[in-house]
Design a protein around this ligand. Structure first.
Ligand code: TRP
Length: 468
């Protein structure tokens, strides 16, 4: 009962103070500073989701209407879930599966969605990561003459995209193998600040182009004529989940390396704020440039590869801006991919007792293989369809539309209904060190609002996607 749990917390606290152990786990890694954690967690959140998905999603989803819904959901749904995942991770000091088991023995599956989902996301994320590397080096050593042609030639070929995706995955593997504080944290502390700087350079340049106001209008002016509120809402919610890396055990894993006295509530606000600021800045950086050159903003996924290069070709010092831009996307993609990598690494090394290096090599080989399938689905394997989808589309459907919402749903239920509320609150407040005024609302969200909203997106997005 509760008394027992409290005693357990006290015991653990003593064990923790004396030996650094918790639940008898020795030698577990830790972030070296709260700032390092914040950079790593924001690095996980800020990724391709912000830089290419957000700008065009806003464009096609009614501009400012979408942004407002996104911001509301970010803080009413995203931040609470983020906080919950971090608390579960820090309380149990475990990888996502063992963490959920420690909250309640039969609930390992909630974390299992995370490990499976992380693997599936990596399987397509790294393909784009490879493209980014290819574009960055192309601009470093030359230029891209005919962007449309270049894009379709490159993505439909076999060897080159595979080489780049393996290079991208290899870079992630090296970082993750170096460790949590020595690899992930160190790299995030360098990449994230640079990313902030670069995106400002690109946004300023983009806004200074003649006619950029059209893009800003498209981005910001609410389009009330397009009244598809439900699909705008679903898009906004999917975006919040994906962009904050929710439902996949990322924040459980990253939270598990946190010190007991870090203020979780504060961090659960900083991360969404950083994430939203970068997403909105990306809108200002990408859309004006696209509009100036009269290119339809609906081009979606291809936008940064097919559309932006035409812009870089036209402007002064375009090559330099192109390198800065793709470097920025690369930084964002790497800091996100390593968070997915770490979810699986933590599970394989703690639960399955593999050495970190062995775990990293296994993940590297397995994701390279599924990555190759995704990559080739733009070329030689484009005819192979699962449920009418290519490998690339199928992996993104599976992770974004199934594993991520289901994982999120189970976490809500686990924390909202099963986890002892006294223990939960005690974790949030670092044993009473911080005042936690939002606990009642947080639990209400976890028990009612969030599950309801997740079930709505699950069902409606399945209907929409499978009827396409
Ligand atoms: N949030 C990242 C982005 O915006 C992607 C990502 C990293 C992610 N880890 C995740 C998405 C975990 C879902 C779950 O690009």
């Amino acid at each position: 009962g509760i008394v027992h749990q409290i005693i357990k917390i006290k015991e653990n606290h003593i064990i923790n103070k004396n030996t650094g152990d918790f639940f008898n786990m020795s030698k577990r890694e830790k972030w070296s500073s709260e700032f390092g954690f914040l950079m790593a967690a924001a690095g996980s959140a800020i990724g391709l989701g912000n830089l290419w998905k957000f700008p065009y999603l806003t464009g096609i989803s009614g501009g400012a209407v979408f942004i407002i819904m996104y911001l509301i959901l970010m803080f009413t749904l995203g931040a609470p879930l983020l906080l919950t995942e971090m608390s579960i991770g820090r309380h149990t000091k475990s990888n996502s599966i063992d963490a959920c088991k420690k909250i309640s023995p039969k609930w390992g599956i909630a974390g299992g969605f995370g490990v499976a989902g992380a693997f599936v996301i990596l399987s397509y994320y790294m393909v784009i990561g490879g493209w980014v590397l290819k574009y960055m080096t192309s601009y470093l050593f030359g230029t891209i003459e005919n962007p449309q042609q270049y894009f379709s030639d490159f993505t439909s070929s076999t060897a080159e995209p595979i080489i780049w995706l393996v290079v991208f995955t290899g870079i992630c593997a090296l970082i993750v193998n170096a460790g949590v504080s020595n690899g992930i944290e160190k790299i995030s502390k360098i990449f994230l600040p640079l990313l902030f700087l670069f995106i400002i350079i690109i946004a300023v340049k983009s806004l200074s182009l003649p006619n950029s106001i059209e893009g800003v209008k498209f981005f910001l002016i609410p389009d009330f004529s397009q009244k598809n509120w439900i699909s705008i809402f679903i898009n906004a919610m999917g975006q919040v989940f994906f962009s904050l890396s929710l439902g996949m055990g990322t924040l459980i894993t990253y939270g598990s390396y946190l010190d007991d006295d870090v203020n979780l509530v504060k961090n659960s606000l900083y991360i969404p704020i950083f994430d939203a600021v970068i997403a909105i800045t990306a809108g200002f950086a990408v859309l004006p440039a696209v509009f100036v050159f009269n290119i339809p903003p609906e081009s979606g996924a291809g936008m940064i590869f097919q559309v932006l290069p035409s812009v870089f070709n036209e402007i002064k010092f375009g090559r330099i801006f192109a390198v800065i831009f793709f470097l920025l996307v690369f930084f964002a993609a790497v800091t996100s991919a390593i968070s997915l990598f770490e979810v699986i690494t933590a599970y394989l090394s703690e639960n399955r007792h593999f050495k970190r290096l062995t775990a990293v090599i296994m993940i590297f080989i397995a994701t390279s293989f599924t990555g190759i399938l995704s990559s080739m689905s733009f070329g030689k394997l484009s005819n192979i369809k699962i449920l009418g989808m290519t490998f690339f589309e199928f992996f993104s459907f599976l992770s974004d539309k199934i594993l991520m919402p289901l994982g999120g749903l189970l976490i809500c239920i686990l924390a909202g209904y099963i986890w002892d509320r006294v223990v939960f609150k005690n974790e949030l407040s670092s044993g009473g060190k911080y005042k936690v005024k939002i606990f009642k609302s947080l639990r209400f969200i976890l028990r009612y609002t969030a599950p309801l909203m997740i079930i709505i997106i699950l069902i409606s997005s399945w209907i929409m996607d499978l009827s396409d």
